[in-house]
Design a protein. Structure first.
Length: 212
């Protein structure tokens, strides 16, 4: 399955490439066809299932954990003092998914800059959006952060929308990063250098409220 946003990046270069080849311009023609084939790979959108209990947040992104640390002061002030950062290379699936079932409470977009997603200041200065979600087990938030060559962040929802865990929430074109923000009570289940898959890998466990 291909993410709908990817089809222009597949069909346009492939069609132009075929035209170039027919006209005898083989080198640019095959280069364009190759770019279109890479688009098929990059914009893939595989089905995912998280088999963990409902209070377990699954990863919002494919990639590698690059940090488990403290959240910026503004997120800590909202009761989300812990951060898990995931780096997505151009070879990872770039569709992002909801970590838990919940309702979108807030969403803020910042056009920002284009700094390498590995760098810490990318979390503050790059093109990004922040979505804050109310779930049955507490608040969580995550940032979709554009990387050095990313062109655009796509986000599918508006405040008030509800999602199931693992539902698609958007994507980021080309190299990028996702930061997940969690309350102090959440038990983080990953560590730096772990590989994770969106909508599938357990990343944090929320406490279940006591019956009463």
């Amino acid at each position: 399955m291909i993410a709908p946003e990817g089809w222009p990046f597949v069909l346009i270069p492939m069609c132009l490439g075929i035209v170039c080849i027919v006209l005898g311009w083989d080198i640019p023609g095959w280069a364009l066809v190759g770019f279109g084939l890479f688009g098929l790979y990059f914009f893939r959108d595989p089905a995912r299932t998280c088999d963990a209990p409902p209070n377990v947040a699954c990863s919002p992104a494919d990639g590698r954990i690059i940090a488990v640390d403290d959240a910026p002061d503004d997120l800590a002030a909202r009761g989300l003092p812990r951060r898990v950062s995931i780096f997505m290379s151009v070879f990872d699936v770039h569709v992002n998914r909801a970590p838990l079932a919940g309702r979108l409470a807030d969403y803020v977009y910042n056009p920002g800059r284009k700094i390498s997603a590995f760098k810490e200041k990318a979390s503050l200065e790059n093109e990004q959006n922040l979505s804050v979600w109310e779930t049955p087990w507490g608040l969580l938030a995550f940032k979709q952060i554009a990387g050095l060559i990313a062109r655009r962040i796509v986000f599918d929802h508006e405040p008030g929308d509800t999602v199931a865990r693992g539902d698609r929430v958007g994507l980021i074109r080309y190299g990028s990063r996702v930061d997940l923000f969690l309350p102090e009570s959440a038990e983080i289940l990953v560590k730096p250098d772990d590989r994770v898959r969106a909508g599938e890998t357990p990343i944090a466990r929320f406490p279940v409220p006591e019956a009463g």
